[in-house]
Structures are given as structure tokens and as C-alpha cells.
Design a protein around this ligand. Structure first.
Ligand SMILES: Cc1cc2nc3c(=O)[nH]c(=O)nc-3n(C[C@H](O)[C@H](O)[C@H](O)COP(=O)(O)O)c2cc1C
Length: 217
């Protein structure tokens, strides 16, 4: 069975999507080839996909949707060959899986219309800090990604239990919202981001409005 992984992140090897792929591969114990949508011509890449039995497309959620580079690739893809399979892994910044609900429906339609056997879409929220968090804070997420990879290598499917654990919360309960609001008020939820902005000399620019008409002088 030949499998190809597509990294659909505009940040390519520097993004969280890449970390997800590496954890998946580590669990799979396989070195499936990885292609980077950001670096490739969509038409050439779409043609090349036809050589593989299974395509796994990893991407970040951008504004409730897929990144534009993934859309460009999809626009070049044609109905699949005999028995080809496709699966998707979407990771996102916000906690709620519901953030990706429109994309998940789109991906189901897309796979079906091109005739692929659809392995489904695995989602994982609260992932924006993955590349910045210390190892121990990513441990649970990585364990589930390893299990997802191992399940795929063993059965050619996404392991249901690992997918459910990655999916996490679909919609926050009112109590959880209150708790997060309180954390926001006392600033706990900003500690990591503020450090990141400070380290990059951007902390004082947090409220800039570069596209306001009066910013153009
Ligand atoms: C332009 C942009 C739009 C985003 N939109 C969403 C969104 O609608 N919902 C969400 O949960 N996360 C959103 N995020 C967060 C990303 O999904 C998250 O940071 C992800 O881990 C980025 O992966 P990458 O490093 O591979 O690009 C957005 C991030 C960016 C940069």
C-alpha cells in the first residue's frame, strides 16, 4: 500500500502541521513521503497524487476553512483512480471542534465527488501553541497522534478512539466559557502569547490597525 502525506500549511516545515505529521509518522513507524503544498505547483502535485493508493492531507484551520494553497490543489484534482483512498487531519487554534464544522462537511463532499474512499477527517483543537509549548504540555496530544499513526499503519484506517480523543470538545459548555472568561480577565491565558510577542518585539503593536484608512497618512 503506497501512502503519500500532504502538508497543507502555508508555514510548511515550520508550522504546527509539520509537528502533527512527525508525531503521526513516529507512531506509524513508517517514513511515508511528505509533500509540501506551499512549495509545489498545484497542477503538477495533483497529477502526482494519482500514483498513490492513499492520500493523507494534514492542514491547519484558517478562518474556519482550509488554507488557500490546499484549495488551489483541490481545484486541480480530478476524479480518483480505482480504489484510491483519502483522509484528512485538521488542527486548529480554538478549543471547539465546531470551529471546523463547515470544512469537515466540505471535505466529505469533496472526497465523495472525486470518488475516493473517504477515511474521514480527524480534528484537533487548541493546537496553536504546539510548537511553543514545553514537551510535557504536548504529551497527551502527541500520544493520541502516535496512536492515530499506529492505527493507520496497522489497518489503513484512522483509529476511532485516537480520533475521538483528538477531537476533544465540540462546543464549550456555559460553565467552561465562564471559567475561560475568568482566566482571560486575570491574564493567565495570555502569558505564553505575551512572551512570544515580547520575544519578537511586537508586544506594543498588539492593538495596531494597519488597514484603517487613517493609517495610510
Ligand atoms: C490566518 C489564520 C487564521 C486562523 N483561523 C483559525 C480559525 O478560524 N479557527 C481556529 O480554531 N484556528 C484558527 N487559526 C489557528 C491555526 O489553525 C493554528 O494556529 C494552527 O496550529 C496553525 O498551524 P500551522 O502552524 O501549520 O499554520 C488561524 C491561524 C491563522 C494564521
Amino acid at each position: 500500500m503506497s501512502t503519500l502525506i500532504i502538508n497543507g500549511s502555508p508555514r510548511g516545515k515550520n508550522g504546527n502541521t509539520e509537528i502533527f505529521i512527525r508525531q503521526f509518522l513516529s507512531g506509524a513507524g513508517e517514513e511515508y513521503p511528505v509533500r509540501y503544498a506551499v512549495k509545489e505547483d498545484p497542477e503538477t502535485l495533483a497529477e502526482m497524487l494519482r500514483q498513490y493508493d492513499t492520500l493523507l492531507i494534514f492542514m491547519p484551520l484558517y478562518v474556519h476553512a482550509m488554507p488557500g494553497i490546499v484549495m488551489k490543489l483541490f481545484e486541480q484534482m480530478r476524479p480518483c483512480g480505482e480504489g484510491q483512498k483519502i483522509g484528512f487531519v485538521v488542527q486548529a487554534g480554538f478549543i471547539e471542534g465546531a470551529q471546523a464544522r463547515f470544512l469537515v462537511r466540505y471535505l466529505d463532499q469533496f472526497a465523495g465527488r472525486l470518488g475516493y474512499e473517504n477515511l474521514g477527517t480527524v480534528t484537533n483543537g487548541d493546537a496553536a501553541g504546539t510548537s511553543m509549548l514545553p514537551e510535557f504540555m504536548n504529551r497527551k496530544r502527541f500520544k493520541h497522534l502516535n496512536a492515530l499513526g499506529a492505527g493507520f499503519a496497522g489497518k489503513g484506517q484512522f483509529d476511532r478512539e485516537a480520533a475521538a480523543l483528538l477531537a476533544g470538545i465540540y462546543e464549550l459548555t456555559p460553565q467552561k466559557v465562564k471559567m475561560l472568561e475568568a482566566m482571560n480577565k486575570i491574564g493567565v491565558s495570555h502569558i505564553m502569547w505575551k512572551k512570544f510577542w515580547r520575544d519578537n518585539g511586537q508586544l506594543e503593536h498588539g492593538l495596531d490597525r494597519p488597514f484603517q484608512p487613517d493609517s495610510f497618512g
